[in-house]
Design a protein around this ligand. Structure first.
Ligand SMILES: Nc1nc2c(c(=O)[nH]1)N[C@H]1C(S)=C(S)[C@@H](COP(=O)(O)O)O[C@H]1N2
Ligand SMILES: [Mo]
Length: 202
């Protein structure tokens, strides 16, 4: 029997129970970006952890790859109504990043910044534990540029627009500041199970 991920063991009712309201399952992996995929050279790639305007620590690609790597198989949900089950990722858990920077887990909010100028906001607590990471591999291979490679944020319990591609900084902020899509009417939190698509959704 050929299996991809856990697909072979998924029953129809299991799949239905894992599909949030208003979503439909896809086996494809659509690409959604506000602009063109930026060209990022691994030799010049940098990722910075910031508290407000202050850079606490920055990693180049070599240093980033010495951090502990975590595997995460999870469902993802895009606000354009597709969901994809059992996607397999590998990357650095935010807790491990904070430990390497000698930073206590922050309490406020986070702005994730991409190389393309994109940004999105996530409460800091939503990045803690095994449920979020900075992903560098997908489905056993380096993350493709169109999907955010070299490195993207992955916060799979929120709509996928929160998972900033081409990540170059995580910035902790005291206030909840809107990012690119949040300034254009998307929800400040974005829980797919509560259908928090647009700003005024409860
Ligand atoms: N840097 C950056 N990250 C981004 C985007 C973007 O335009 N730039 N688009 C977001 C949106 S709206 C979605 S739905 C997902 C899509 O991820 P995918 O292309 O891997 O499916 O990436 C999110 N992250
Ligand atoms: Mo999106």
């Amino acid at each position: 029997m050929a299996t991809r991920g856990f697909t072979g063991r998924r029953t129809p009712s299991d799949a239905a129970a894992r599909t949030p309201p208003g979503q439909a399952l896809t086996d494809d992996f659509p690409v959604l970006s506000a602009g063109p995929t930026p060209k990022i050279d691994l030799a010049s790639w940098r990722f910075a952890l910031k508290v407000g305007p202050r850079t606490v620590k920055a990693w180049d690609w070599t240093a980033f790859n010495t951090l502990p790597m975590t595997r995460l198989t999870t469902d993802i949900h895009c606000v354009t109504t597709w969901s994809k089950l059992d996607t397999a990722w590998e990357g650095v858990a935010i807790d491990d990043l904070l430990a390497d920077a000698g930073l206590a887990p922050p309490t406020g909010f986070t702005l994730a910044h991409g190389y393309d100028g994109y940004s999105t906001n996530v409460p800091a607590a939503d990045l803690a534990g095994p449920k979020a990471m900075i992903a560098i591999r997908y489905d056993g291979a380096p993350l493709e540029p169109d999907h955010g490679g070299p490195a993207r944020l992955l916060v799979p319990h929120l709509y996928l627009w929160k998972s900033a591609k081409w990540l170059n900084a995580l910035q902790f902020t005291e206030r909840d500041e809107a990012g690119f899509w949040e300034l254009r009417g998307y929800h400040m939190y974005g829980d797919p199970w509560r259908e928090q698509r647009y700003h005024d959704d409860p």
